[in-house]
Design a protein around this ligand. Structure first.
Ligand SMILES: C[S@@+](CC[C@H](N)C(=O)[O-])C[C@H]1O[C@@H](n2cnc3c(N)ncnc32)[C@H](O)[C@@H]1O
Length: 377
């Protein structure tokens, strides 16, 4: 198994996104490509190959040409020793993107790989010494992985089989940001798994990753509507569809805005469930991330606070908006208000003493929402 990055320090690993691919995913990738009839006329290309985990595909595709590249010279050296038959390059795959850089000419190409995915604007906060490599203007994005997806489109790949955060598909802003890619490709296969599958990733920051096979299309590419209706499956055997849930975010303001209310109640910016787990909910001081709460909508914010306290959700929901059950919400409105208020008497300007029954009802509602999550799975 080739998934260690022995020559890199932790900071380098974060900078370069060097968490290498477990072999079982390479096997699954081979099955998918076989199923789609990938024949020996295709050149299999990994533009961020690391030690070359994906060149293990050669066991299943012995007659294909393989091309590899990595910005890390030491990784390329190891890949060369592991897979001497691969034509290897040591260049920045995001700068001066062109087929000729990898001597691809008119080849039919299938891009494979596990490109780095990290938010290029957030590394300073993580105390990592950031090295910025040049990126062509037309593939630039705040996430390196999205830049890589765009680079595959620029290289005009017929098939793209990559691992990337599930958020690129399910979060609308990310989906739009990668629009240059999704507009030209359709999704053929996918499997969702936890970032914990990578040996060196931190326990705390678990998030869902998808391995997906895309095919270039000359008609319509992938739309966000299709993603919402798409039935995802996880390695654990859970199944889910975004469209099967109601989301409380569709009923309230999630980001700071200009409108002010009396009384002033502030809530922390709401991104997704993973962010909610890490952040505060109701806050007392105005800050750049403060959202002014419309008093008419207060029960929804109370529900989110209680969801954070009581819900137990699987990792694959990490990038979802907070789910709820719209049809029965009104029946529990007063219970959400009373219970949340008991945790913030100063903020709400009143002291409530919710009964045990209120607490039970709220927990049952949240379990019901989470039950739907398991039932969907
Ligand atoms: C997540 S690792 C994946 C390695 C390998 N694809 C695998 O599946 O095991 C990402 C690799 O991308 C490389 N990388 C990061 N930025 C790059 C760039 N701009 N051009 C080429 N390679 C890059 C890193 O050096 C690292 O080896």
């Amino acid at each position: 198994m080739i998934n260690r990055v022995g020559h890199l320090k932790q900071s380098q690993m974060i900078n370069q996104g060097s968490f290498y691919t477990p072999e079982k995913f390479v096997r699954m990738a081979a099955d998918w490509l076989k199923k789609r009839g990938l024949d020996s006329s295709y050149t299999i290309v990994d533009t961020s190959c690391g030690y070359g985990a994906f060149f293990q595909l050669s066991a299943y595709f012995p007659d294909n040409r393989f091309v590899g590249n990595d910005i890390d010279a030491a990784a390329v050296e190891t890949a060369k020793q592991n897979f001497p038959f691969v034509r290897l390059f040591n260049t920045n795959a995001l700068s001066h993107i062109a087929r000729k850089a990898f001597r691809l000419n008119d080849d039919k190409i299938c891009i494979v790989g596990n490109p780095p995915y990290n938010d290029v604007t957030s590394q300073i906060g993580r105390n990592v010494k950031t090295v910025r490599h040049e990126i062509d203007g037309d593939v630039r994005s705040r996430d390196l992985g999205i830049s890589f997806l765009k680079s595959y489109m620029k290289l005009d790949a017929d098939y793209v089989l990559v691992l990337h955060p599930l958020s690129y598909l399910i979060k609308k802003v990310n989906f739009s940001s990668a629009g240059f890619f999704f507009a030209h490709y359709k999704l053929l296969e996918s499997i969702v798994f936890s970032s914990h599958e990578f040996a060196d990733t931190s326990r705390a920051g678990e998030f869902p990753i998808v391995m997906a096979l895309y095919e270039k299309t000359h008609s319509e590419g992938l739309s966000y509507h299709t993603v919402r209706q798409y039935r995802f499956q996880t390695v654990e055997g859970d199944r889910f569809r975004l469209a099967d849930f109601d989301y409380v975010g569709d009923y309230i303001r999630k980001y700071p805005h200009r409108k002010r209310y009396n009384p002033e109640i502030l809530f922390y910016t709401l991104r997704d469930i993973n962010a909610l787990k890490r952040s505060r909910t109701f806050i007392t001081e105005r800050c750049a991330n403060a959202v002014d709460v419309d008093p008419q909508k207060l029960a929804y914010y109370c529900y989110i606070d209680l969801f954070k306290r009581y819900a137990s959700v699987p990792y694959w929901m990490g990038n979802f908006d907070v789910p709820f059950h719209a049809g029965t919400f009104d029946r529990y409105r007063e219970d959400f208000l009373n219970l949340a208020c008991s945790f913030y008497p100063e903020l709400f300007g009143r002291r409530t003493k919710p009964s045990k029954e209120t607490e039970r009802k709220v927990k049952r509602y949240i379990q019901g929402v989470c039950g739907r999550i398991s039932a969907n799975g």
